[in-house]
Design a protein around this ligand. Structure first.
Ligand SMILES: [Mn+2]
Length: 316
């Protein structure tokens, strides 16, 4: 059932033991949202823990390591920033009582769901829920939520960055969020390994359709070459957005099971969500993905063809 932010705040007051689940291959938004909400619930005497299938990226651990994980017994499950049940990975067989998200959400069998589609970051919604519950946003909560906003909006540069994003960011700054440090470590500083993997990606670019489409490929062996972990790649799917005049950019990444994850970025009236849907995927209007069970070069051919046909259908 879809409920209002007020109802969500009310319902979260009712239970006592929570387990918040973030999505597979976690990013700053789901981590900040999950741990920020965890601290908020603990501040009103709830027992709460945070779990997820995959490890927390190294860059965020200075914040998450300080969050206490309570013994919750048989908890009530909350999914944050998860567009569908698939996104909770190994937690997919749990009963989820709550879902808080900002995607085109298709999470099934959830009791209470609060979704604001195409909001800059899920953390904006978490912030509203926390405020609605009358909970004070402390500095640790502010740091977590601000990290989420900065990473998911690529430092206030995505199309779904709007007035609410800035208003929430301002409130978080007032609550003590370290905007200088968080902005710097998440959007400016890069490790040597990250520089190397970006070079590998750039070298793999294939331009087609009058340079309106680009595809890049990152294989697992490339991560080894560059000396980076999968978790060090946050935001790399947006690398293609830097190319002037580009209409569709796709970053193809080899998954551990051998399938290819195609992360797509579009602009203007072009819907990455629509294109990815034709291969069983989806996401946001301008940022979506699909997974193809084939080799990287086959995936490139298939996705380029789909993109060409889509652009033709739109008169490009
Ligand atoms: Mn998100």
């Amino acid at each position: 059932m879809d409920i209002s932010v007020r109802k969500m705040a009310e319902k979260l007051r009712e239970y006592d033991n929570y387990c918040i689940v973030y999505h597979i291959r976690p990013d700053g938004d789901c981590i900040g949202s999950a741990f920020g909400l965890c601290l908020a619930l603990q501040s009103v005497s709830k027992k709460c823990t945070v779990r997820g299938q995959d490890e927390i990226p190294r860059i965020h651990r200075y914040m998450t390591d300080k969050v206490r994980c309570d013994d919750v017994g048989e908890p009530v499950y909350i999914a944050v920033d998860c567009a569908s049940r698939y996104r909770v990975g190994t937690y997919g067989d749990k009963h989820f009582t709550f879902c808080i998200d900002h995607h085109q959400n298709t999470f099934d069998n959830v009791d209470y769901r609060y979704v604001e589609t195409d909001t800059g970051a899920c953390a904006e919604i978490i912030f509203k829920v926390i405020r609605e519950m009358g909970i004070t946003v402390t500095k640790p909560i502010a740091d977590l939520l601000y990290t989420a906003v900065v990473t998911d909006t690529l430092c206030f540069r995505t199309t779904d960055t709007d007035v609410q994003t800035f208003e929430v960011a301002a409130e978080l700054a007032k609550a003590g969020a370290d905007v200088y440090h968080i902005g710097r470590i998440n959007t400016f500083i890069k490790s040597a390994g990250r520089m190397k993997i970006e070079n590998i990606l750039r070298d793999s670019f294939h331009f087609t359709y009058d340079d309106k489409i680009v595809t890049g490929i990152i294989m697992l062996k490339d991560l080894e070459t560059a000396g980076v972990a999968d978790s060090d790649l946050e935001g790399i799917n947006s690398f293609v957005e830097q190319i002037e005049g580009l209409r569709i950019g796709v970053t193809i990444r080899e998954l551990p099971d051998g399938r290819m994850r195609c992360s797509m970025r579009t602009g203007g009236e072009l819907s990455a969500n629509d294109i990815c849907k034709s291969h069983g995927g989806g996401g946001h209007f301008h940022a979506a993905c699909c997974e193809l069970d084939m080799s990287a070069s086959e995936a490139r051919d298939v996705i380029e063809k789909t993109c060409r046909e889509y652009l033709e259908s739109k008169g490009y």
